[in-house]
Design a protein around this ligand. Structure first.
Ligand code: ZN
Length: 390
């Protein structure tokens, strides 16, 4: 597979200028002013991209690929992701997780789906573990899972400050984080601990206590849903300024926004104004999760399904509505999650990096074309390659 994308405005996510980008097999092979390749021996696809913006494929650090939910009973279990749900959203790398339900949902099922997505051309990983401590594992140990299963790069999402959590203690959470840390170190992975933050009043205190009382660094934790309400967002400001990573969830509902959730595009602007280091901020879609709305007694009111396309939609809104620089907004779904997750060949347009590329077109920054590991998955917004059962 050889592709030359001609004369695009290349953003690494930093602006590199108008360049030609050469993809050979699954790798970005060259970024030059003018690339001309002639060969009768191999097929070369040349894409004219004048006026289009070429950016890294998006990284979504939390997707419930086998479905999630179930908080309203069995009929509210959400469906599984299809390949094109990710690719048409510009997502070329994702990390899968179990959710609230680790009884009817299982790690073998998540891992099988992750393997299928990799076979279909995406780059997919997963977390071992689950919402509740003791966490569910594949081999009986978080450390072993991360060391021995190539797709498993961390643990989570472990729930804190939530009426659906196992109400974990400092000691319990520290043990899980320690296991993930060691497993990550011994296998050259991040061993990151994905943390689901609920709307409980303890917010991020449990993480702060683990960091204060143990030798585990703050960077081991990756709390998500930080834009759930203003008070949690402010706790996130403190956490990130202390060196921690914070993740905002792009999937939302009108009900959630009306009841205090902060739209990601606005939350990102707020965090930057609060002088939170941009490199410590990421977005994830929480795709295919349930989006339950509870009343003040914890009773389910309605339940929708999270969408992967919300990931870039919020980056686009940050640029078009909040006037953030495109390079800055892009970083929260490209180089920043790559760095947090320890994915060293992802998240940048750079020679030697994986050929995960999105072309954006027009003033509305529409997703035009998508390549995953050098394979064209989307053209003029439509999926060229679909999952087997789509
Ligand atoms: Zn969650």
């Amino acid at each position: 597979m050889i592709t030359v994308i001609k004369n695009a405005q290349v953003m690494s996510p930093k602006f590199l200028g108008n360049k030609d980008v050469l993809l050979i097999d699954s790798t970005i092979a060259a970024i030059e002013d003018n690339i001309v390749i002639q060969s009768d021996a191999v097929a070369i696809e040349v894409i004219e991209a004048t006026g289009k913006i070429l950016v890294p494929g998006f990284i979504d650090s939390l997707v419930h690929v086998t479905g999630g939910g179930g908080e309203g009973g069995f009929t509210t279990r959400t469906p599984a992701l299809n390949l094109s749900d990710a690719t048409t959203a510009g997502i070329t790398t994702l990390v899968a997780a179990l959710g609230t339900d680790a009884v009817t949902r299982s790690l073998p099922d998540v891992l099988a789906k992750v393997k299928a997505l990799n076979e279909e051309g995406l780059t997919a990983y997963c977390y071992t573990g689950s919402y509740h401590i003791p966490v569910t594992t594949l081999t009986g140990s978080v450390t072993q899972d991360i060391m021995l299963v190539s797709e498993m790069i961390g643990v989570g999402e472990v729930a804190i400050a939530d009426h659906r959590s196992s109400q974990p203690t400092v000691n319990e959470l520290a043990k899980v984080a320690a296991e993930a840390r060691v497993g990550g170190m011994l296998s050259g992975k991040s061993g990151i601990v994905s943390i689901h933050c609920g709307d409980g009043p303890s917010q991020l205190k449990l993480l702060e206590q683990v960091v204060a009382q143990t030798d585990i660094p703050i960077t081991q934790f990756y709390p998500t849903h930080i834009n759930r309400n203003q008070s949690l967002l402010d706790a996130g400001v403190g956490f990130a300024k202390a060196g921690g990573f914070i993740d905002l969830t792009t999937s939302t509902t009108a009900h959630a926004l009306a009841h205090g959730e902060i739209k990601c595009a606005q939350a990102l602007t707020y965090l930057i104004k609060q002088q939170v280091p941009l490199s410590n901020i990421t977005f994830s879609s929480d795709g295919h999760a349930s989006l339950p709305d509870f009343d003040q007694h914890g009773r389910l009111q309605q339940l929708l399904v999270g969408e992967e396309k919300s990931l870039f939609a919020e980056v686009r809104d940050a640029v078009l509505e909040q006037n953030l620089a495109l390079a800055d907004a892009l970083s929260v779904i490209t180089c920043n999650p790559a760095s947090v997750l320890g994915l060293n060949h992802k998240g940048r347009i750079e020679v030697g990096f994986d050929a995960d590329v999105v072309l954006l077109s027009g003033p509305e920054l529409e997703i035009d074309s998508v390549w995953a590991k050098g394979q064209k998955m989307v053209e003029t917004g439509n999926a060229l390659i679909k999952g087997r059962f789509e």
